[in-house]
Write a protein of this length. Structure first.
Length: 322
């Protein structure tokens, strides 16, 4: 029995989602009485690889060649599967990022394993790997179990608390040939230089209540003060008030930050599908009947053009005394 973590890197560094998955994988390995091994694909420094030791990884296999510098899901899935087979992994764990979601099903097929996407509780290896996972675009949770003896699990981002479990780590190159790669990444164009929406702890999001793109300055100012990412509802992106990569919901990005501030958004079910698993939700809307208030932790009924500037001033005042 062994647990394998796929430690995905972002331009050579590991992000918080990987450490969440590592903590999850370590806890699972403890339950299974096994060590935690990791696989890293692409160019990552030795120092960064060894940082995984802080999260309980005792051995890291690295797969690196120039054609694997950028993420190519078929080749990455083959590499992860090859390492999983070598170490006899009973559970392969990764973060539920774009790349994790693209890799996990392919790895599951290659290993004949059961896929578990968006786990929010630890699998119970003594009870058919039962666990709770997100379902219906985040609107519900379901209990999962399988009779398969291998699982491939993605851990919901912001769904498992990062904890340090310092362990001695060794790094070893894994001999892997990617063979024919059908997809070649020629250029990576970053949609935004700001805080990544999927990684953000705080998100300030706004909808059609903003009346027009010219009013977004206050949303950006509030986000800047809070160290937050900005997001929007779908119609706002459809009308080109904001870029499409900010659109959250059923047909957009699904996020679960610690704090989601919704400004002038009604809370349609398709919007909630992408944000309802946020830990704390603050809703600002002039309509007390807006559906968003039903799932809000805090609600402010008022005109956003009065409320948001007051919040900005209040945050500035707090920061000035800090
Ligand atoms: C198949 C499908 C998929 C969809 N996917 C998504 C999705 O992924 N994401 C998404 O967001 N939507 C999605 N939608 C659209 C969704 O149904 C809603 O139409 C949309 O979320 C509404 O956006 P909104 O809340 O910004 O606008 P509105 O519904 O127009 O709401 C604006 C809100 O602002 C409030 N408001 C207005 N002025 C002020 C003011 N001055 N101060 C304070 N509050 C004010 C209003 O009271 C209202 O509640 C989808 C729809 C379909 C059919």
């Amino acid at each position: 029995m062994s647990v394998l973590l796929f430690a995905e890197n972002s331009q050579g560094t590991f992000k918080k989602a990987v450490y969440e998955a590592a903590t999850y994988a370590y806890d699972l390995a403890q339950k299974m009485g096994s060590e935690l091994t990791a696989v890293s694909v692409g160019q990552v420094s030795d120092e960064e690889l060894k940082s995984l030791g802080q999260y309980g990884v005792s051995k890291v296999y690295t797969v690196s060649s120039s054609e694997l510098d950028s993420f190519v899901n078929s080749a990455y899935a083959s590499a992860v599967s090859a390492v999983a087979q070598q170490v006899g992994a009973k559970a392969v764990v990764m973060a539920q990022t774009y790349n994790g979601r693209a890799t996990a099903p392919r790895v599951a097929v290659k290993l004949g394993a059961a896929p578990v996407s968006g786990a929010v509780s630890l699998l119970d290896p003594s009870n058919n790997f039962s666990a709770v996972r997100m379902a219906y675009s985040g609107k519900g949770v379901e209990e999962f179990n399988t009779e398969k003896d291998v699982v491939v699990v993605t851990v919901k981002t912001n769904g498992y608390k990062v904890e340090e479990n310092t362990t001695d780590t060794s790094v070893e190159a894994f001999d892997f040939s990617a063979g024919d790669i059908s997809t070649v990444v020629k250029e990576i164009v970053k949609a935004s230089e700001g805080i990544s929406l999927t990684e953000a702890e705080v998100v300030v999001s706004a909808g059609r209540g903003m009346k027009g793109p010219e009013n977004w300055g206050m949303i950006e100012e509030l986000a800047g003060l809070l160290g937050a990412a900005t997001a929007s509802s779908k119609p706002v992106a459809d009308m080109d008030w904001r870029p499409h990569h900010e659109h959250v919901g059923q047909t957009g990005i699904q996020i679960s930050p610690n704090l989601y501030i919704a400004v002038g958004i009604s809370g349609a079910i398709q919007h909630l599908a992408g944000v309802s698993s946020s830990k704390n939700i603050v809703v600002i809307n002039k309509d007390p009947e807006a559906p968003f208030f039903k799932i809000a932790d805090y609600g402010i009924v008022g005109d956003l053009f009065d409320v948001v500037p007051q919040i900005i001033e209040a945050v500035k005042a707090v920061k000035a005394t800090a």
